[in-house]
Design a protein around this ligand. Structure first.
Ligand code: SF4
Ligand code: SF4
Length: 425
């Protein structure tokens, strides 16, 4: 909920001010604190959900201004929304955070030393597949030429901490693949038309996940429509508080999926943003669009898939924007359990953020690194050979930290395992 445009709220101006009702919903019980990754690492009240809501409310009541110190506490927040899951009072933390970040961003209020240029660069590149494709072509050459091995082997980026963190995250950049056909026919009895969102990271780093998603949907009886002209959904912009950019992207994307029964996302961050379009664009087109958005696991869980045995021990990490953002927890696990021969073992703290959080791990490498190390320690305890997670950012972060800590596991999207097990009818 945001305050209606035209109504300033204390230190907040009238454009997308956070909701006073949402801020007042916090009863300071502290139940959210143990679920908050930054509070678990730092143990500081102002780096907890309760502390952050306190700051936002104090600004809304004009007791404090929007200051660089407050910006720092909000910068450290992962936007993981674990606090929303824990909160018995229904505090809409994600929307409060996004609205507050939006106000600070527009007014140029930033913590001292905040790297705004890296964020701006990423937000400018990601929405444009042509720009992102060109940048990744250069990075592919860097990897294939052997330069990456030299840089890593000699630690050449060690003096440049942020650049080193970014480089370490880079997964092998696959060669460009042929685009998916715009329409794939259903196999078996027809269930309807599914529109597939390609995502930005997904389409370039994990094109196989999109191909597998289309194959599974077709096997489940969907005609799969993949509009070629689709660009970024704006998830990164929303989470960084660039709400106007999200609106512009949403307005371009929504009409492309007008004629489908369900809009399918296979990246948790994208799916969560698509489901929130209705909040940020209060019109019928956005509402009708958001109502049709589903994570791929929600769609496939309702379908009959012919699966052959796959002898693997798998553990499942809950991507924050799937578990907390979309409340999707049971469906991916249920699908994995359906694969004959597959053993699913519980991951302790599976809902604790791995530190990826969109571009957070590029902007806050220290906190992201600590959370990554903690996640790998939990994964190691399971003894699983495979880790599944439904978000490309989590796949990159967990892979990088497995590599850094010498844990030899395969890190994949759940649809990869389902597609491996899929029997051709
Ligand atoms: S969104 Fe995540 S990091 Fe931020 S306050 Fe809530 S639990 Fe903590
Ligand atoms: S659980 Fe909810 S009500 Fe309790 S302190 Fe956290 S945000 Fe406030």
């Amino acid at each position: 909920m945001t305050q209606a445009t035209g109504t300033p709220l204390g230190a907040f101006d009238a454009t997308d001010a956070p909701s006073m009702d949402g801020l007042r919903a916090c009863v300071h019980c502290g139940i959210c604190l143990p679920q908050c990754p930054t509070y678990r690492v730092l143990g500081e009240e102002m780096d907890s959900p309760r502390g952050r809501v306190y700051l936002m409310r104090a600004a809304a009541e004009n007791r404090i201004g929007l200051t660089p110190t407050m910006a720092r506490h909000l910068d450290l927040c992962l936007g993981c929304r674990a606090c929303e899951t824990a909160c018995p009072s229904g505090v809409p933390f994600g929307q409060l955070l996004e609205a507050t970040r939006g106000q600070m961003e527009r007014r140029g209020i930033a913590a001292p030393g905040r790297d705004r240029s890296t964020l701006r660069f990423l937000l400018d590149v990601f929405p444009h597949p042509a720009r992102l494709g060109a940048m990744l072509h250069g990075l592919r050459m860097y990897q294939w030429s052997g330069m990456q091995a030299l840089v890593r082997g000699f630690g050449l980026l060690a003096p440049f901490k942020k650049l080193q963190a970014m480089e370490a995250l880079l997964p092998p950049v696959p060669a460009p693949t042929a685009p998916l056909p715009e329409v794939i026919a259903p196999r078996g009895p027809r269930r309807g038309r599914a529109g597939l969102l390609l995502g930005c990271a997904q389409r370039f780093f994990y094109p196989d996940v999109n191909a597998d998603t289309a194959r599974l949907l077709s096997a489940a009886g969907y005609e799969v429509v993949t509009p070629r002209s689709q660009e970024c959904c704006g998830a990164l912009h929303l989470h960084a508080g660039h709400v106007d950019e999200l609106r512009a992207m949403a307005r371009r994307l929504i009409p492309l999926f007008r004629d489908v029964d369900v809009v399918v996302a296979n990246a948790a961050g994208c799916g969560s943003a698509l489901k929130e379009y209705a909040h940020w664009l209060p019109d019928d087109a956005a509402r009708l669009f958001s109502e049709r958005v589903r994570d791929v696991s929600e769609v496939l869980a309702g379908c009959d898939l012919p699966l052959r045995p796959l002898r693997e021990t798998v553990t499942y990490h809950d991507a924050c924007h799937l578990a907390h953002g979309q409340r999707v927890r049971a469906e991916p696990r249920e699908l994995l359990r359906r694969i004959p021969g597959l053993t699913l073992v519980d991951l302790p703290d599976s809902e604790l953020c791995c530190g990826s959080a969109g571009v957070y791990n590029l902007l806050e490498p220290e906190m992201a690194g600590e959370l990554g190390r903690r996640k790998i320690a939990r994964i190691r305890e399971t003894g699983a050979r495979v880790v599944a997670a439904g978000n490309p950012g989590c796949l990159m972060q967990i892979r990088q930290h497995c590599r850094a800590q010498g844990l030899a596991v395969e890190v994949v999207h759940p649809v990869t395992l389902l597609a491996r097990a899929l029997e051709e009818r």
